[in-house]
Design a protein around this ligand. Structure first.
Ligand SMILES: *Cc1c(COP(=O)(O)O)cnc(C)c1O
Length: 353
């Protein structure tokens, strides 16, 4: 730390992203990336993009991408905003609506970090014993509510009815639904944004659209809420999406066929993999995302994580209550999951000796 840092940031704990290790023959199942490459149409859009134009600033309205998203969801363009990853959209949410913020105590690790960064008053609400969000805890609160649906790292969802109740009983406060993983089997709340003016849906192209390296997030809400999000964007970084990202993002949204195919594949792999883990004695939370959260009585979360890593299989583990017994495993290709099963059998076998 230098002696120049603002005092209020001296004790701030930054977010720790999952590692991007450089091991040989690594099976990388730790940051919920998609195992399949982006659509060939995305690659074409980038290659055909006029690179000569890179000397010009990109479109600050990112119109091509906004149009594609509006068309995909059947909402007006004025109801769509875009960000440099959904992390940036979430940052705008905290800037604009962060006077007081509520979110689950076990959820996306960035939520409390943003609260510190933007000096927001916040309250983290515990989950129930089964690691589920208790919807009743979010009825009639006095601040902005942020819920990941499905939640991370549990993969479990709230029902559409539960979400609507939370929105209805917080009519004077914004309810933000972070749908980073909704494309893997969770019903989207986007239609609710056209009925209630106090709901904002945040999505990312990093997971279901295989574009984590490109940094594209989207927000869908009422015209007024989107106007506020864009007010933050234009007060911070008007050119937040570069030319290639705008083109790639629009092409990804438009290629529905490829999207349907790859997300179906991930869900299919998730189902057989969850079953197989249960057969090995693991408790696997019912996931509607591209990862599973699981534990075993035979091995601690930390030891399982360490043993997997020794065998070049990297997953995610948090050494904190009440989730220290669990590891989060991203759904990769079938062969990645087969490899994980194989080394898990080996690890459990060695432990039993
Ligand atoms: C991955 C993730 C994000 C961030 O996505 P980016 O668009 O890559 O910034 C936001 N929320 C949750 C719950 C996530 O898991």
């Amino acid at each position: 730390m230098s002696r120049f840092l603002r005092e209020k940031y001296m004790d701030m704990e930054p977010y720790t992203p999952g590692e991007q290790p450089q091991m040989k023959d690594l099976v990388k199942l730790n940051t919920n990336e998609n195992p399949y490459p982006p659509s060939p149409k995305v690659i074409n859009a980038i290659l055909e993009g006029n690179t000569g134009d890179l000397l010009r600033y990109p479109d600050p309205e990112a119109k091509e991408l906004v149009e594609a998203v509006a068309e995909y969801y059947g909402v007006p363009e004025k109801c769509v905003a875009v960000g440099n990853g959904s992390d940036e959209i979430l940052a705008f949410v905290y800037m604009a609506f962060g006077e007081k913020v509520y979110f689950p105590s076990i959820s996306y690790g960035f939520y409390p970090v943003f609260a510190e960064t933007f000096m927001c008053d916040f309250k983290a609400i515990p989950l129930d014993e089964g690691l589920a969000i208790r919807p009743d805890d979010y009825i009639g609160l006095d601040g902005t509510i942020i819920l990941a649906n499905p939640n991370a790292p549990t993969g479990m969802t709230l029902t559409p009815g539960e979400i609507e109740d939370i929105i209805k009983t917080n009519a004077d406060h914004l309810v933000v639904i972070d749908e980073a993983y909704a494309d893997f089997g969770t019903q989207t709340s986007v239609p609710l944004t056209q009925i209630y003016d106090n709901v904002l849906v945040v999505q990312t192209l990093s997971k279901s659209r295989s574009l984590a390296g490109m940094r594209i997030g989207i927000a869908i809400g009422s015209e007024e809420v989107i106007e506020d999000i864009n007010k933050m964007k234009f007060s911070f970084n008007p050119y937040n999406l570069d030319r290639l990202a705008i083109k790639a993002g629009a092409a990804a949204i438009r290629d529905d066929e490829y999207f349907q195919e790859t997300r179906a594949k991930v869900m299919e792999t998730r189902e057989w993999f969850s079953e197989k883990m249960r057969d090995l004695g693991f408790t696997v939370l019912p996931s509607k995302s591209n990862f599973v959260f699981c534990r075993s009585d035979k091995i601690s979360g930390q030891e399982y994580f360490d043993e997997l890593r020794k065998r070049a299989v990297v997953v995610r583990h948090w050494e904190k209550d009440p989730i220290r017994d669990y590891v989060r495993i991203t759904i990769g290709r079938d062969e990645d999951m087969e490899r994980l099963i194989e080394v898990t059998e080996e690890i459990l076998c060695e432990k039993a000796k």
